[in-house]
Ligand binder design. Structure first.
Ligand SMILES: Cc1cc2nc3c(=O)[nH]c(=O)nc-3n(C[C@H](O)[C@H](O)[C@H](O)COP(=O)(O)OP(=O)(O)OC[C@H]3O[C@@H](n4cnc5c(N)ncnc54)[C@H](O)[C@@H]3O)c2cc1C
Length: 255
């Protein structure tokens, strides 16, 4: 376990807010989390899990022990009759992972291209864009309980996905509730990518591109390229203007 002290967090959050972590531990696997728990000094302190820092607003120096998630790895782990199962370490960059799946000839995540952040944070708010949400492609995940050090696996039903919501954002309201806010560090996520892939269309921006380029049936790579271009044109690049994405959710209206 490598423990860093008085670490500047400015390069580790997309807003570029200047703040410091009293202690930061880079987590490359469950052993690092267990080492923190077993440490006489750190084990008793509260923790804060940090991915790519693209969905947080720091309001000052961070006193809890920062667990910077850097679990690596991406691989095809199996298949079912209808899906190919791929796994990525929580520290992998989300967009690089999406690009890698397409490079493997495995479509399904293209509508989620260019969302900043890490794979490990993607289930936390059930990331979504252009008609696809993480839950549509989710298989299961491995996480470690920050209190007990136990590693456990959750399927979609147990993750309680909702619109930009999951069990990882909810505190347990009553004994027996599976509220995991502040309690779980996601280590690896597995995705079920459809063998019988169909493009998810229906967004005005995408329909415009289809019309402009005279393409009625875009490939996954074509959709990916369009979505990357649309996002680059619409959203400020955090590397140029610090930001943490949208502060707002779309309103949900009844039919
Ligand atoms: C320009 C811009 C555009 C964006 N567009 C979209 C969009 O289209 N759709 C969308 O859904 N979101 C969007 N976002 C939000 C952001 O990309 C997502 O919320 C992303 O999943 C955050 O990932 P991160 O690794 O940066 O998480 P962080 O900001 O580091 O963390 C976010 C939360 O997740 C927790 N967390 C992080 N990693 C783990 C882990 N391994 N285990 C447990 N908890 C963890 C943290 O404790 C924190 O509470 C956008 C953000 C920006 C800046």
């Amino acid at each position: 376990m490598i423990v860093e002290r008085n670490v500047p967090l400015q390069p580790l959050n997309s807003f570029g807010i200047a703040a410091r972590a009293a202690v930061l531990v880079r987590v490359r696997g469950e052993a690092d989390v267990r080492a923190v728990r077993a440490d006489a000094e750190l084990g008793a302190q509260p923790t804060f899990v940090l991915g790519g820092g693209s969905n947080i607003v720091l309001t000052g120096d961070v006193k809890p022990v920062v667990l910077k998630v850097e679990v690596p790895g991406r691989r095809v782990v199996g298949e079912t009759a209808r899906h190919v199962i791929v796994e990525a370490g929580a520290g992998e960059n989300w967009h690089d992972f999406v690009t890698w799946t397409l490079d493997q000839g495995l479509p399904g995540l293209e509508n989620l291209a260019l969302i900043p952040g890490t794979v490990g944070a993607s289930p936390v708010q059930n990331i979504g864009a252009y008609g696809v949400e993480l839950q549509d492609r989710f298989h299961e995940l491995d996480a470690i309980d920050l209190l007990t050090g136990e590693v456990f696996t959750l399927g979609a039903a147990q993750c309680g996905f909702g619109y930009r919501d999951s069990v990882f954002k909810r505190a347990a309201a009553a004994p027996g509730d599976l509220g995991l806010a502040g309690r779980a560090l996601i280590l690896r996520v597995r995705f079920a990518l459809p063998k019988d892939w169909q493009p998810v269309l229906g967004y005005l921006d995408i329909e415009r591109r289809m019309e402009e380029e005279g393409v009625a049936h875009p490939s996954a790579r074509q959709l990916y390229d369009w979505i990357v271009a649309i996002r680059r044109a619409k959203l400020p690049d955090p590397a140029v203007i610090g930001n943490a994405g949208s502060f707002f959710k779309n309103p949900t209206v009844t039919p």
